[in-house]
Design a protein around this ligand. Structure first.
Ligand code: KIV
Length: 284
């Protein structure tokens, strides 16, 4: 059954929600068959798949391209697409137009970063019937303003500001809020303060759900392991082993085998090669 925005909202305080990123059809199928609740087509695609150093490099068209690939698999999880940097900073009309591109690409909701100051945008999107997920704490689109990818809300004032941001986003109509890179007890305060589910990444256990990046979960990404990542697979190592074996087989003449090749009918072979046709030794 298709997961809907109201179904996600109704999970507040219930069985924890599971969200994972996906950026293409194979990862979307894996997430779907694994039974997650939500797929996030995150702007982390910039760093995880496209090789950039931050998330600021991707555009609405990039996100639409990846969202469409995910949506073509018709997954059961709710598909949420990230509004990339500069797609909602220049005014509410621009934000609604950009969000519509992602919805037309196949997303059922969009996510944006920032707290109270984003509420006019959130309200305009909801007015246009576009469900919005909030995202506060360590917001990667603010990497330069934060001075790096740093845990947020570490003192009492900063923690209180995050609670205020979360309440403002929920009041503006966000159906859920991602809490990234905040101390667990701050996430707990926020989770208790808002009537919508919080989804944590590096925010501890007291959230209504968790999100991780697909490539981290399956072990396709192994260059850095942030504290909050748990790897459940070793697909990079499995991939290297598989491609190495393939290379060895090609170099040793073991691939392709006869069974992995297409063959001519006998009559056609004789026509092409004469009566000695089909003599493998003669043609090799
Ligand atoms: O883009 C992304 O992957 C995200 C998650 C880290 C929440 O925003």
């Amino acid at each position: 059954m298709q997961t809907t925005v109201p179904a996600v909202r109704a999970r507040k305080g219930g069985v924890p929600l599971v969200m994972v990123t996906a950026y293409d059809a194979p990862s979307a199928r894996i997430a779907d068959e694994a039974g997650v609740d939500m797929i996030l087509v995150g702007d982390s695609v910039a760093m995880v798949v496209l090789g950039y150093d931050d998330t600021l490099q991707v555009t609405v068209d990039d996100l639409a391209h990846h969202t469409a690939a995910v949506a073509r698999t018709h997954p059961r999880p709710l598909v949420i697409a990230d509004l990339p940097w500069m797609s909602y900073h220049l005014g509410v009309d621009d934000a609604v137009r950009n969000a519509a591109v992602l919805i037309r690409a196949g997303a059922q909701a969009v996510k944006l970063e920032g707290g109270r100051k984003r509420t006019p945008v959130v309200e305009a999107l909801i007015d246009a019937e576009i469900p919005v997920m909030g995202h506060i704490g360590l917001t990667p689109q603010s990497v330069h303003a934060m001075g790096g990818f740093k845990v947020q809300g570490k003192d009492a004032d900063a923690a209180a500001a995050l609670v205020d941001d979360a309440v403002a986003l929920a009041d503006a109509g966000c159906f859920s809020i991602v809490l990234e890179g905040v101390p667990d007890r701050v996430a707990r305060l926020i989770t208790e303060a808002v009537p919508v589910p919080t989804v944590g990444i590096g925010a501890g256990r007291w959230c209504d759900g968790q999100v991780l990046v697909f490539h981290d979960v399956v072990g396709l990404e192994d260059r850095i392991t942030p504290k909050f990542v748990r790897r459940y697979g070793a697909l990079k190592a499995a991939g290297i082993a598989a491609v190495s074996e393939y290379a060895e087989d090609v170099r040793a003449g073991r691939f392709p085998s006869d069974a992995e090749s297409y063959h001519l009918a006998d009559g056609v072979v004789v026509g092409l090669y004469g009566s000695s046709g089909g003599n493998v030794a003669a043609t090799s």
